[in-house]
Ligand binder design. Structure first.
Ligand SMILES: [Fe+2]
Ligand SMILES: [Fe+2]
Length: 347
């Protein structure tokens, strides 16, 4: 297995020349030089991430307190399970990103990973804020740890957790790429049916505060997807020996497994009992998303016939894509942070 060098910390002999900078195995000084970037997409990414700044407590949850008590059994089950799943994912992200950063030798990319880790911490805290507001401390704890006792929920988390553990326990180039692909799946497929569920609740006027929190989170996750897609594409150029046909087939299989898990999970947690959202809609949409993720990395699609966005799910974009937001939702914040403008529109 190809050797992967841990990045130096204080390194007075690090390279300054841009031509020598590499995503991994470079000789970095760790100096954050914003004027000399090899990976120039970082400038847009950084600006976007800064413009996305938000605070969970700024969102009013008073209607959610009333709504939560009146959710149907199916809605409440889905709500609790999905929150339990999301809080775990964001927590795992917060813990794992620094492990990746230890091996990234482009300081500008490390800046992005640090900001991402900070945002993941805010996301996990936002779920805590929601639960603290809408239910009792006992219920909150039950929901936060539901993934430990629900076998299906645990199995889901294991798929990503195991890939992360592979890299954590054995730091090879191949495992680093695998962990980056797992990240890309988590950011680009795993969140989607969950987000969709909250948007569909919001569409029928339920839990509007939760939906707003999710929209902010979704906007951040779009940038995380953008970041990991860029890292993987740079690694494809710099480390072509990792992207053999055999390995690409494996990575595509990972994406497919991620999509299949997402569909299975949606069937279990959401099913057909939520108004305005059917399993067929969710399945078609996840397959389309799976293909889109393959395309993003230059891989062949995994589902034939799912190349176009499903007509019945076009409304999701109104909520998840800041560029197509028809309402002035992102203007409605109490503080005047900069409005988000730049975002990759092909994610
Ligand atoms: Fe997150
Ligand atoms: Fe994320």
């Amino acid at each position: 297995m190809e050797e992967l060098k841990r990045k130096a910390l204080f390194n007075e002999n690090g390279d300054i020349e841009l031509g020598k900078r590499r995503m991994i195995n470079g000789n970095t000084t760790n100096l954050n030089d914003f004027n000399n970037m090899k990976y120039t997409w970082v400038s847009d990414w950084y600006r976007q991430a800064m413009n996305n700044f938000w605070i969970p407590e700024e969102i009013n949850l008073s209607q959610d307190i009333k709504d939560y008590k009146n959710l149907s059994v199916e809605e409440k089950t889905a709500y609790d399970k999905i929150l339990s799943f999301l809080v775990f994912l964001d927590s795992l992200q917060t813990a794992n990103l620094p492990n990746i950063g230890e091996y990234i030798t482009a300081n500008e990319v490390n800046l992005c990973l640090t900001i991402q880790a900070y945002q993941e911490a805010i996301h996990s805290q936002s779920y805590g804020y929601i639960l603290d507001t809408i239910c009792s401390p006992e219920e909150r704890t039950k929901i936060l740890y539901q993934w430990k006792d629900d076998p299906l929920l645990l199995a889901r988390n294991k798929f990503i957790g195991d890939q992360y553990n592979d890299f954590y326990n054995n730091r090879t180039k191949y495992n680093l790429v695998k962990t980056a692909i797992a990240n890309y799946i988590l950011e680009g497929i795993y969140f989607y049916s969950g987000f969709m569920f909250f948007y569909s609740l919001g569409r029928i006027g339920k839990m509007p505060g939760t939906m707003q929190e999710i929209r902010y989170i979704n906007r951040d996750e779009n940038t995380h997807l953008w970041l990991f897609r860029s890292i993987i594409l740079e690694l494809k150029k710099e480390e072509p020996e990792i992207f053999t046909k055999e390995n690409i087939d494996y990575f595509r299989d990972m994406i497919k497994q991620g999509a299949e898990e997402e569909i299975k999970w949606a069937r279990y947690a959401i099913g057909d009992s939520i108004k305005g959202l059917t399993m067929n809609m969710v399945e078609d949409y996840i397959k389309y998303i799976g293909n889109l993720r393959c395309k993003g990395l230059g891989f062949e699609p995994i589902y034939e016939g799912y190349e176009e966005e499903v007509e019945s799910m076009k409304w999701v974009k109104e909520y998840s894509d800041p560029n197509s937001i028809k309402t002035d939702f992102f203007e409605a914040k109490v503080s005047a942070y900069a409005k988000s403008t730049v975002i990759e529109d092909d994610l």
